[in-house]
Design a binder for this molecule. Structure first.
Ligand code: PLP
Length: 352
């Protein structure tokens, strides 16, 4: 089986070894040191101050999205949501459920988010922006400088779902004025799904989270942050994934974060070059190294997906909604090798 998916992805040998170990009890000093080391390394890798606050939540990325929206925003906010696909839509649904006032900036599939899209939003008083920096459902990577500049000019908090760009592309939380970052375990970290992390700068935490009455229990950010001060979580965490995470963060820092990003870029660029010699189209907007979207104007994406799965046990990522028969996404995360792509392109051509 080969996974060119966008999470879970092919795990590394060292992660599989971690997964095979007996789990310890977690209300211990030993486990607290694990959690505190995770927090420290995560902040460093994200390029944020050691004073930033962190919540480690047992739940997939959507749990962290829900936690951030419900705990940091309320009816006194007015949020601008960048909605370029199904993950943007998830922020919309969350704001609807929690009765948070918002506007949507819709990015159509064939357009690159640019300054002109903000024209009609310039005169409106917003308090925050919610954005999936890499909209995984289409493959578009937004320009962080553009978003950051708009937020700064309008005094808005910048909340970034970086789940599918973190560790695939460069990420500089403080340098880009990002107030809150959401990441999760099963994307470029290449771990089991089920753990998500929220990192907030001090000001954001003070102004938007701290002191507010709890809106929920399991997803309460304050109780996670308070508990993490002593290396603990309010409820039983996914203990095994915490160990996988620590192991992975150590490896990444040992080899250099840049190396991790570069290796993913090598996979992506190699595959894109191979595709450029075929009739398959790649959309023109800016791409993340995470995945390559393949666009089939006249449909057929589903059949190709089935063909690869049924004949070669290869899993590429299918799409949903309007794009379901037009878009396939080829992942470059996790334990993939350059030769996999030479093989994949051969089978793709065959399928065509
Ligand atoms: C994967 C992903 C999520 C989280 O989805 P889950 O299914 O809850 O893990 C959120 N945002 C983006 C951009 C993603 O790629």
């Amino acid at each position: 089986m080969k996974l060119f998916t966008v999470g879970p992805v092919e795990m590394y040998e060292h992660t599989l070894r971690e997964r095979g170990k007996q789990l310890p009890y977690f209300r211990t000093e030993q486990f607290s040191t694990v959690m505190m080391e995770i927090e420290e390394r995560l902040k460093r890798i994200m390029k944020t101050s050691s004073k930033s606050k962190c919540a480690i939540i047992t739940g997939s990325g959507s749990a962290a999205m829900e936690s951030v929206v419900s705990n940091s925003l309320d009816k006194n906010d007015n949020v601008l949501i960048i909605n370029g696909g199904s993950f943007g839509r998830r922020f919309v649904e969350l704001c609807e459920i929690y009765s948070i006032p918002f506007d949507e900036l819709i990015v159509p599939f064939d357009e690159q988010l640019s300054e002109k899209h903000f024209e009609s939003h310039k005169e409106i008083n917003y308090t925050a922006m919610l954005v999936n920096l890499h909209e995984t459902s289409t493959g578009q990577l937004y320009n962080i400088e553009l978003l950051s500049k708009f937020c700064k000019q309008h005094g808005m908090k910048l909340i970034v779902d970086a789940i599918s760009t973190f560790l695939s592309d460069e990420y500089d939380m403080d340098g880009n004025g990002i107030d809150c970052t959401i990441v999760s375990s099963q994307k470029a970290l290449a771990l089991a799904p089920g753990l998500s992390m929220i990192v907030m700068n001090q000001t954001f935490y003070k102004e938007k989270v701290e002191g507010k009455p709890p809106i929920n229990l399991y997803l309460n950010i304050q109780s996670h942050v308070e508990n993490l001060k002593r290396g603990q979580t309010p409820n039983t965490p996914a203990v095994g994934i915490c160990y996988e995470l620590l192991d992975m963060l150590r490896k990444i820092e040992k080899n250099g974060v840049e190396t991790k990003v570069q290796n993913t870029a090598i996979m992506a660029n190699h595959f894109r070059l191979l595709v450029s010699h075929t009739s398959i189209k790649i959309p023109e907007f800016t791409l993340s190294n995470t995945l390559t979207p393949l666009y089939f104007e006249n449909g057929g994406a589903r059949k190709i997906y089935d063909y690869l799965k049924n004949n070669y046990d290869i899993y590429v990522t299918p799409s949903g909604g309007d794009l379901s028969d037009k878009l396939l996404r080829i992942g470059h995360m996790g334990n993939v090798q350059i030769e996999y792509y030479d093989e994949l392109i051969k089978y793709l051509k065959e399928a065509l």
